[in-house]
Design a protein around this ligand. Structure first.
Ligand code: SAH
Length: 461
């Protein structure tokens, strides 16, 4: 980030705007939304600014400008409409140590004004560091749609009742209360215009401590996708934002965790190379404990939670204590890897069977039962296959297939360090070594089209 978003305190602070025309008026309109004291420095004012000055909304100074005018300000806007004059005024303001924004001259700006969605006191600021104003406007339109016009009033009401809630309710109950308020009937009533009714419901809930979300939320087994944070589903993001606690794996991109609420607990339950790993029983136990304690739990897994992710064991542990669960599907590594190569997992007429298998079975052997599926028009995708590669290669050699099978290797699919290699199965181990490929990688095995004379042999496999 070249710029850092912050909300500046404006109450009782001075904001100086230099200029008396439309550009200055625009900045005035913006800053008059705040509690700041606005001072306009200009020889003359246009009609709008004059009206604001007459009504005492701004103070107007027409004397010649010195650095002293800019001292002790929260912000200075320079907007005379004359680039040369703006640059000179910028220098003067900098002498006074001010934070300066010069209209239309980004190189002279210490601060740039974002696109704003205003539901005061709820404010969303959108910035693209000047790279894509059209995108900023599109985002603004979406956020405007997302936040109902009266939302600010509800947030303000919540703000006024915070200390009442703090006196009556425990921190845990308060979190549940506010979730109920903003997710449930209070917001719905408020949004529908029944503001007094909504306020009464909220005050009663705080006074009595009685409000309930219908049933405890199910534990969400969420697929994070294969890597980059924009490959998680919208539903997955929603669950992350609702979660009190997130138990996550090794292959989870830190940017995916950024999508969660800031105060959600993030618990690493993965296996880092060289570190002690979490046994599955322990993971099951912490999931169960958190769910029984009433926390909203997300179990975040890479790829899809239903594919080689031990989701079933966790679901069984939850069911055993009467906790429900929800599976939020994700983009599995096979999809991520195929997409990365520009290929397709199935292709009509060329590839009708897709087998997903693993190099690490529960019995810890890599006996390739999937060998039966390695036929023409089928594709065998091996997860966790890197360390089992020597066995896979040996088995294919033993069956006389090693030279007839092509392998596509995609390591770190959909991540910045993605690597793609292809080789014959009899070169698999050597290719992995040569390319320096370690887990995570997807190996895709395909039997090459061979002359008819080979068929008898292949069918015997
Ligand atoms: N649930 C996951 C699979 C977890 S098993 C899914 O649906 O994708 C872990 C294995 O997944 C790794 O050993 C590797 O084979 C594969 N994998 C996960 N992320 C990957 C990625 N970004 N690139 C290539 N393979 C990946």
């Amino acid at each position: 980030m070249k710029t850092f978003p912050m909300f500046l305190t404006m109450t009782d602070r001075r904001v100086v705007i230099v200029g008396g025309g439309e550009q200055a008026a625009q900045k005035c309109r913006l800053i008059l939304k705040t509690d700041a004291q606005v001072e306009v420095l200009a020889q003359s004012l246009d009609a709008e600014l004059q009206d604001l000055a007459d009504r005492g909304r701004i103070t107007w100074t027409a004397t010649s400008i010195t650095a002293a005018h800019f001292a002790d300000t929260a912000l200075v806007f320079v907007a005379t409409g004359c680039p040369g004059m703006d640059a000179a005024l910028h220098a003067l303001a900098k002498c006074a140590g001010a934070t300066v924004n010069v209209v239309d001259q980004p190189e002279l700006c210490d601060a740039i004004t974002p696109s704003i969605v205003d539901r005061d006191p709820v404010v969303v600021a959108i910035g693209t560091e000047g790279t894509a104003p059209v995108l900023a406007r599109q985002i603004k339109t979406k956020v405007e749609d997302m936040l109902e016009p009266r939302l600010g009033d509800l947030a303000a009401l919540a703000g006024r009742l915070r200390s009442f809630a703090a006196q009556r309710l425990s921190p845990r109950m308060r979190r549940d209360l506010w979730r109920w308020v903003f997710n449930g009937p209070v917001r719905a009533q408020h949004q529908a215009g029944a503001e007094q009714h909504a306020a009464r419901m909220l005050k009663d809930a705080i006074a009595t401590g009685e409000f309930s979300e219908a049933a405890p939320a199910p534990v969400a087994l969420v697929g994070a996708g294969p890597g980059s944070s924009d490959l998680i589903t919208l539903r997955g993001v929603k669950r992350l934002q609702e979660a009190d606690v997130i138990f996550y794996d090794r292959l989870i991109d830190p940017q995916v965790l950024e999508l969660a609420r800031r105060d959600a607990r993030r618990v690493y339950v993965g296996k880092a190379p060289g570190c002690h790993s979490w046994p599955q029983d322990k993971i099951n136990a912490v999931l169960v404990a958190a769910a029984l304690a009433g926390e909203r739990v997300v179990r975040l897994k890479c790829g899809d939670p239903g594919i080689f992710a031990r989701g079933a064991e966790e679901a069984d542990a939850l069911k055993a204590v009467g906790v429900t669960y929800e599976i939020v599907p994700g983009v599995t590594a096979a999809s991520g890897a195929a997409a990365a190569t520009g290929g397709f997992l199935t292709e009509r007429g060329r590839n009708d069977t897709l087998v997903l298998t693993t190099g690490q079975t529960a019995e810890d052997n890599a006996t390739p039962d999937w060998m039966h599926f390695l036929q023409k028009r089928s594709r065998v995708v091996v997860y966790m296959g890197v360390s089992a590669a020597p066995q896979i290669e040996a088995r294919l050699r033993a069956d006389g297939l090693a030279a007839l099978v092509d392998v596509q290797i995609v390591a770190n699919a959909q991540r910045p360090d993605q690597k793609i290699e292809t080789c014959r199965a009899d070169e698999l181990t050597a290719s992995l070594e040569r390319a320096g490929i370690t887990s995570p990688a997807i190996l895709t095995l395909m039997l090459r089209d061979e002359p008819v004379s080979m068929r008898g042999h292949l069918q015997a496999v």
